[in-house]
Structure formats: C-alpha cells, structure tokens
Ligand binder design. Structure first.
Ligand code: DX5
Ligand code: ZN
Length: 223
C-alpha cells in the first residue's frame, strides 16, 4: 500500500474484441495497474464480465489487477477472484451486512482490500474498519456505466475523507476515485487529496498513448 499518485485505466471502456492487445499496449507505455470493473446486473443494472475473462487476461499481461466488484454477495467473489489472479478486491459498503468480516476474508485470501462508497453513502461507514483498509474508493459517478460526468459534490467528499483518515491516524490509506475523470479535470481530484485515479473513457477513448501521457504529465506534478 502506498499513496503514490497513480493511474488505473478501467478496462470497462476497452474494445473487448482486442482486450489483451489494448492492455498490453498500456503495459508497454509504462502502465502498471489495471482497474477491472465487475458488475452483476443486480446491484447495478449492467453485467460486465467475470472470472473467465479476468483469468484469460491474467495470462496476457503482467499488470496489477485491481478488481472493483459492483455486485451483491461480495463474499461469493473472494476465492474466485483470488484464483483469477486479482491482487486487490474492492467491494461496496452498501452490499455488505458484515463489512468487517468480508474485508478480513479478502485479506485471508491474500488480496488487498478496498471499500467503495456510492456518491450518497456517508463516510461514517468506514469508522470502525479503518484498520482493514488498503484503499477507499470514492465513486465520483453513480456506479454502473462508463462515460458519465464527474459529480462536483464529490470533491468535498474526497477532501473530507482525506481529513478523516489523517485525523484517525490512517494517513497512509490511499483514496481512489472513479468516474468521469479525464486528463482535463484530474487536477480537481488530486487537489482534493485523491491518490489513485481510475479512468475508462479518459484512457481508452480516442488515442490511448496521447491520453496516457497527458495523465502521466499531470500525475508527475503531484508526485
Ligand atoms: C463505473 C465504473 C468505472 C468506469 C469509469 O461504474 O466503476 O470504473 O469504468 O468510467 P469513466 O472513466 O468512463 O467514467
Ligand atoms: Zn470502477
């Protein structure tokens, strides 16, 4: 775990007919981490992809797999995602009756553990699980779809979370942000205290090399 500023391209916006190829291209550009969005068609309306796709992609690239599970019953995903080669599993607080226990099980399976919060979910749900967090994911759109607009009210939430973690003695816990982030507005979330930047459309839409380099140039200013 670390608070280095880092880009996490979200493969939800990739062209799935050449998923391996596009991810390998990012790896060649110097990318080290991928954000892998799994949706169950229940917690969020769409179904994206699941274990078989992740298992195949694992063979194609040598990148850190940061799985974001937007689904019910996150406990069903723990062993299967670990077996697919996921290094990190982030689950939604809104789906967990036993949040502390689920985070512990993710660690027991050998992965890093993250908690994601929908835009309207208060930060207080984190109060008694801070010792089990490898990251907190602030959704800056309502989960379910790529290509939505950044919710401006999330800037204050990111700032409040940074202050909360610092004040509680968990200043080392990184904040990840996800939704509506492009090289053109990433400075807003970095200034608010975000460390890990997820971007789908902002990386895979248009020229990937240009997009990747534009993000890197800004992230380096905050290193
Ligand atoms: C949305 C997903 C995101 C999504 C972001 O529910 O969690 O990771 O891919 O896409 P953009 O960057 O296009 O908003
Ligand atoms: Zn995501």
């Amino acid at each position: 775990m670390g608070r280095e500023k880092r880009l996490y391209p979200s493969i939800l916006s990739a062209d799935f007919t050449k998923l391996g190829e596009e991810c390998l291209f990012l790896q060649e550009l110097g990318c080290t981490h991928l954000h892998v969005d799994v949706m169950d068609g229940q917690f969020v309306p769409p179904i994206s992809f699941g274990e078989p796709v992740i298992r195949s992609l694992r063979k194609a690239v040598d990148l850190f797999f940061d799985v974001h599970y937007m689904g019910l019953h996150p406990e069903y995903r723990i062993d299967s995602m670990a077996q697919c080669g996921a290094q990190s599993l982030t689950i939604h607080a809104e789906t967990c009756v036993h949040l502390d226990a689920v985070l512990q099980k993710i660690h027991d399976a050998g992965m890093e553990a993250g908690v994601a919060l929908n835009p309207a979910t208060p930060l207080q749900v984190l109060d008694y699980v801070m010792d089990k967090l490898d990251q907190v994911l602030i959704m800056t759109v309502n989960p379910g779809y790529g290509g939505q607009s950044y919710l401006p009210s999330m800037t204050a939430k990111i700032r409040a979370l940074r202050e909360k973690l610092d004040a509680a003695g968990y200043g080392q816990v990184p904040i990840q942000v996800d939704g509506g982030i492009y090289a053109s507005n990433v400075q807003v979330v970095l200034e608010a205290g975000a460390d890990r930047i997820v971007s789908g459309s902002g990386v895979f839409g248009g020229d990937m090399k240009t997009n990747y380099e534009a993000f890197q140039a800004i992230l380096q200013q905050y290193a």
